[in-house]
Design a protein around this ligand. Structure first.
Ligand code: ZN
Length: 64
């Protein structure tokens, strides 16, 4: 029975940000950019981001 466990990185989780294969240097992300995105996401998560529900300009009615 050939026990070949090292076959194309069996435990390689994808980047949580974009889903690409993670890179050894930027684990668990695929790049430093995604690591930065995650950091920003985490930081902004500490703050309560105001919901922009009525952000659309409804008073700009089209002339009929
Ligand atoms: Zn990524």
């Amino acid at each position: 029975m050939p026990v070949d466990g090292a076959k194309s990185a069996p435990r390689a989780k994808p980047c949580p940000i974009c889903g690409k294969p993670q890179v050894e240097a930027s684990k668990p992300f695929c790049s430093e950019r995604c690591r930065d995105v995650d950091l920003n996401r985490w930081l902004s998560g500490s703050y309560a981001i105001p919901a922009r529900e009525s952000d659309e300009d409804d008073d700009m009615d089209e002339p009929k």
